[in-house]
Write a protein of this length. Structure first.
Length: 157
C-alpha cells in the first residue's frame, strides 16, 4: 500500500509540474481517503490548493498536518506564506518564528519573515532577515531581490 501511495505522490507532483492541479488533487484525495494522516499528502495538497488561490482551505490542511507533526517546516513556512497572502502578517510571522525555532538555518523562513516585516513597513528589520537568508543561501532569489528593494526604499527615505 505504501508503494502505491508513493506512486500517487509522484503522479501528483508530475501533475502539478504540468499545471494539472485538479488531477493532482485527485491523487492527494485518494491517498488521504486511505490514510487521512499522511502528512506528505496533507502538506502537498495544501500547497496545491494555495497555488490555486484557495488560501483558507490550504491553511486548514496545513493546520491538520501541523497537529500531526508540529515541527513540519514545510507546513509552517507554507502556512505562513498563505497567511501573508491574506495580509495576516502577524500570523505569518508567528509561523516563520516557529519554523526558525525548529530550524535556525531555514533560509525560506528568514526571507519570508522579511517579506512580512516589509509589508508592515518595518523595512530596516526586514533587511536584516533578507541578509540572514542570503548568508545561508547566497543565490536565494527572493531574498536578494527583496534585499535590494529594501535598500532602495531606505535610501529614498
Amino acid at each position: 500500500m505504501k508503494k502505491n501511495f508513493m506512486k500517487l505522490l509522484d503522479s501528483a507532483y508530475e501533475h502539478c509540474e504540468d499545471g494539472n492541479y485538479a488531477q493532482a488533487l485527485k491523487c492527494y484525495d485518494e491517498i488521504l481517503q486511505n490514510d487521512p494522516n499522511n502528512i506528505k499528502a496533507l502538506v502537498d495538497k495544501a500547497t496545491t490548493l494555495q497555488n490555486l488561490g484557495k488560501l483558507k482551505t490550504s491553511i486548514k490542511f496545513y493546520e491538520k498536518a501541523l497537529k500531526l507533526d508540529p515541527k513540519n517546516i514545510d507546513a509552517l513556512t507554507n502556512k505562513g506564506s498563505a497567511l501573508h497572502t491574506l495580509e495576516l502578517y502577524h500570523d505569518a510571522i508567528r509561523c516563520y518564528d516557529e519554523a526558525l525555532k525548529i530550524d535556525k538555518k531555514c533560509a525560506m523562513a528568514f526571507a519570508y519573515k522579511g517579506l512580512s516585516l516589509g509589508e508592515q513597513g518595518k523595512v530596516k528589520e526586514a533587511l536584516k532577515f533578507f541578509k540572514k537568508a542570503l548568508s545561508l543561501e547566497k543565490d536565494y532569489d527572493i531574498a536578494q531581490i527583496s534585499k535590494n528593494i529594501a535598500k532602495d526604499l531606505l535610501k529614498s527615505i
